[in-house]
Design a protein around this ligand. Structure first.
Ligand code: NAP
Length: 256
């Protein structure tokens, strides 16, 4: 077992990449934590624990009882609750904590984005006339579409939407990225989509729909990110790796 114990809160490509790069290091003992949302999660490169901790208090207890030296919140930018808990728990347990958060997508020339604060607001913003909507916000928030049954929805998610939507005109696609521009253009054209609802997740894997929307002149109702948790944040796996080497030896010497 390594000298320094790291807990990565994951559920993202970056968390898995970071875990993979730390897995071979003899000086580190790395655990990856998953919420347990996906039915067939990918094989992970380090030991994994699954399920919630029981709020910020539960996470703080875990950090102390497991002797964690560094907490890395590498959860999805829209996973606001666990990120807030991570900041609180690191503070109350006196454990160093950082966040790994990919940068958001930026509007490019030709993009027709309508920024909204939530999926709920995006559904409202579709307006009173029937639209053909590509809903690509993940399984957990798709149900907001039930509030506007007048529209047709094409819902894409990794796992099945359960319970199914109550709207009369809906079609589901279960697929995991990365997605490619030509396929996204074809999908949007075949389905005669006129509006896209997306979260500003950032990253390459799901950007093709945004690029395709730009090429086709379609409106994207772009759900903006929730506020960051307040932990010191890095935008890349490499930046976190540099930080680990910088911070862990001094932390251990101080016995923090
Ligand atoms: P959330 O609303 O912020 O978290 C809800 C609760 O789930 C947390 O309070 C925590 O339970 C538990 N939890 C979340 N992430 C966890 C983790 N990595 N390890 C252990 N427990 C965790 O999160 P969410 O939006 O439901 O996302 C759940 C997971 O899916 C996250 O790991 C995230 O990285 C991933 N994900 C989310 C999205 C998205 O759009 N939200 C997209 C892709 C992937 P306790 O309070 O009991 O500890």
């Amino acid at each position: 077992m390594g000298d320094h114990r790291i807990l990565i809160l994951g559920g993202t490509t970056e968390a898995r990449q970071l875990a993979g790069l730390l897995a071979g290091r003899a000086d580190l003992d790395v655990t990856l934590s998953l919420a347990g949302r996906t039915t067939s999660p990918l094989v992970q490169p380090v030991p994994t624990r699954v399920g919630g901790f029981g709020g910020a208090e539960g996470l703080a207890l875990y950090l102390k009882s497991e002797g964690i030296d560094l907490l890395i919140d590498a959860t999805h930018p829209f996973a606001a609750r666990i990120s807030a808990n991570a900041a609180l728990a690191a503070g109350s347990a006196g454990v160093a904590g950082v966040a790994l958060c990919r940068p958001p997508w930026l509007r490019a020339e030709g993009d027709r984005w309508l920024p909204v604060e939530s999926v709920q607001q995006a559904i409202q913003a579709l307006g009173p006339f029937p639209r053909r909507v590509f809903l690509a916000v993940g399984r957990q928030e798709a149900h907001h579409a039930n509030a506007a049954p007048i529209h047709r929805y094409l819902v894409r998610s990794v796992d099945a939407v359960e319970p199914p939507l109550t709207v009369p005109d809906v079609c589901y696609i279960r697929k995991t990225g990365p997605f490619h521009l030509e396929d996204e253009i074809r999908l949007l054209q075949d389905e005669r989509i006129d509006s896209i609802i997306a979260k500003n997740s950032g990253g390459d894997a799901t950007y093709a729909k945004i690029h395709a929307a730009r090429n086709l002149g379609l409106t994207v109702l772009m759900v903006e990110r929730p506020p960051a948790s307040g932990l010191m944040s890095f935008q890349s796996v490499e930046a976190v790796l540099r930080h680990i080497d910088h911070v862990l030896p001094p932390l251990m010497k101080r016995g923090v």
